[in-house]
Design a protein around this ligand. Structure first.
Ligand code: MRU
Length: 353
């Protein structure tokens, strides 16, 4: 088993820093997920605008990971503007800019709201935000480990598990949500086999899930998204577990495009369909999936394969990045606070407080 790189970390500077930046010269470093698995390239910056660009371009991606990145971006902005004792107008505008990077994953919004509630009176706001960002990172890692442990009881020995998109260490603070359950089952000695959807169009499954599973020494097969139905039959899939970008109060769940199809297939095949997510991915202000904004991406992600055109010119394209699986299709939610079962309207509020 090989260790996985950190998705994101803060490195304190040893110099006094440049004017207009964190006085200690600190910076954020990520692994560029768009270059994986071919290249392990790290990017560093002291500028919150770079972090915004990384989030928009999916260099860092996965709902919990972009929430953490948003917290570090807010700290960099506060240092840049020398914010002291209050969230001044420049910092407020920067927080709005960070919030607007990606609309569906609620983690960014939840985490920025958490920063806004902190007591900054008489304090260097950069220091306050940075300490909170460290706390958020540590909490997200801890949540993933707990999700892994709670999820164990749902995974039979020798289970065949199908998953979609990428929910591993790099998509979170480390360890993973849906992939964290698979990892915990593997570590507990259950001989699991994973079916990983490639996840069109940006191939998070083929590039990142396969990269992590291989490094962790977990048995898996990669399939095209359209093969999930036949794979359920051929490999007698025991359960499907995926992550979430936003879970509404009634349990409707937005996740990577194609997840909804899987939830419907699971009903037909009588396979339990689980969502693994930390509480930072819940949005109790959204009553149902109708209230979840769905990000639409650049059509070029579908009409081209990297720089090579793969569809005719001048065609109409619909490119949603996410879809919503209805609560009724979901067998349970696995969170760091425990397993949540139906009726979700009642139980989500009860478990998450
Ligand atoms: O567009 P992406 O790659 O950020 O989409 C990510 C997903 O849909 C993940 O399944 C979700 O964020 C959960 S990550 C633990």
């Amino acid at each position: 088993m090989e260790s996985l790189p950190d998705p994101i970390k803060w490195e304190n500077g040893t110099t006094s820093g440049e004017p207009g930046t964190d006085p200690r010269g600190g910076k954020v470093t990520i692994i560029d997920q768009t270059r994986l698995p071919l290249e392990e390239k790290f990017l560093s910056s002291k500028n919150y605008r770079d972090v915004c660009e990384w989030i928009k371009s999916l260099r860092i991606r996965g709902a919990p990971a972009i929430g953490i990145a948003a917290a570090y971006a807010a700290a960099l902005a506060a240092y840049e503007f020398g914010s002291h004792g209050e969230i001044d107008s420049k910092l407020d505008a920067a927080i709005h800019e960070i919030n607007a990077t990606r609309p569906t994953a609620v983690n960014i919004r939840n985490i920025l709201a958490r920063l806004r509630k902190l007591d900054v009176k008489g304090k260097n706001v950069g220091d306050v935000f940075l300490n909170e960002a460290h706390r958020i990172l540590a909490e997200e890692i801890d949540s993933c480990r707990k999700i892994g442990q709670f999820g164990l009881e749902l995974v039979p020995d020798k289970a065949v598990i199908l998953t979609h998109c990428h929910t591993g260490g790099l998509a979170t603070g480390g360890y993973g949500t849906a992939l964290g359950i698979i990892r915990a089952a593997h570590e507990a000695g259950k001989k699991v086999m994973v079916i990983a959807d490639e996840t069109r169009p940006l191939l998070q499954g083929a590039r990142l899930t396969a990269y992590e599973l291989q490094k962790l020494g977990i048995d898996f097969k990669l399939i095209v998204d359209g093969a999930s139905g036949i794979a359920m039959k051929k490999f007698s899939v025991d359960l499907v577990v995926v992550g979430a970008d936003r879970i509404a109060a009634n349990g409707d769940t937005a996740n990577k495009i194609g997840t909804y199809n899987l939830s419907v297939l699971c009903k037909d095949h009588k396979i339990p369909f689980y969502i693994a997510a930390p509480s930072s991915s819940f949005d109790l202000a959204a009553k149902s999936g109708e209230d979840i904004p769905i990000e639409e991406r650049n059509p070029g992600e579908i009409t081209h394969f990297r720089d090579c055109r793969s569809a005719p010119e001048n065609i109409s394209v619909y490119a949603p990045a996410f879809d919503v699986s209805p609560a009724e299709n979901i067998a349970a939610f696995i969170t760091e606070k425990g397993i949540i079962r139906k009726p979700y309207g009642e139980n989500i509020a009860k478990v998450l407080g």
